[in-house]
Design a protein around this ligand. Structure first.
Ligand code: ZN
Length: 123
């Protein structure tokens, strides 16, 4: 049963009262709703990882992409965290005949997977 709990932001310690089942869940809610820079970076990391899931993760086949192996997915997710933190400016990878680019555009993180199909020859 969910009850009223005090959640603490993992980055700045700000508290909120939230309805949660565990302290961890309450702290997560506090972190996800906090306006401090650490929490903002954390939210961006999470939304970039969601997009990666659509492009190379479990959801990739729904979007017409071949999913990457789990260890590749984890490696790319680590790289994307670095791009969000700014320790890496951008990362471009070649994954099974496609390009995946994680970069920054006008202050936002952009993630793109590109496939080039070429057909035809000489006659
Ligand atoms: Zn905070």
């Amino acid at each position: 049963m969910a009850e009223q709990m005090t959640g603490v932001c993992r980055f700045c310690g700000q508290t909120i009262i939230t309805s949660a089942e565990t302290q961890e869940e309450a702290d997560r809610a506090a972190t996800m709703n906090c306006g401090c820079p650490g929490a903002e970076i954390e939210r961006t990391k999470e939304s970039v990882r969601e997009e990666l899931n659509e492009l190379i993760g479990e959801m990739a086949p729904d979007n017409g992409w071949e999913p990457a192996r789990p260890n590749v997915f984890n490696a790319v997710a680590e790289l994307s965290d670095c791009v969000v933190e700014g320790t890496i400016t951008s990362a471009t990878l070649r994954i099974s005949e496609t390009n995946l680019k994680i970069g920054r555009n006008k202050g936002k993180i952009s993630v793109q997977r590109t496939k080039t199909i070429t057909q035809g020859g000489r006659h």
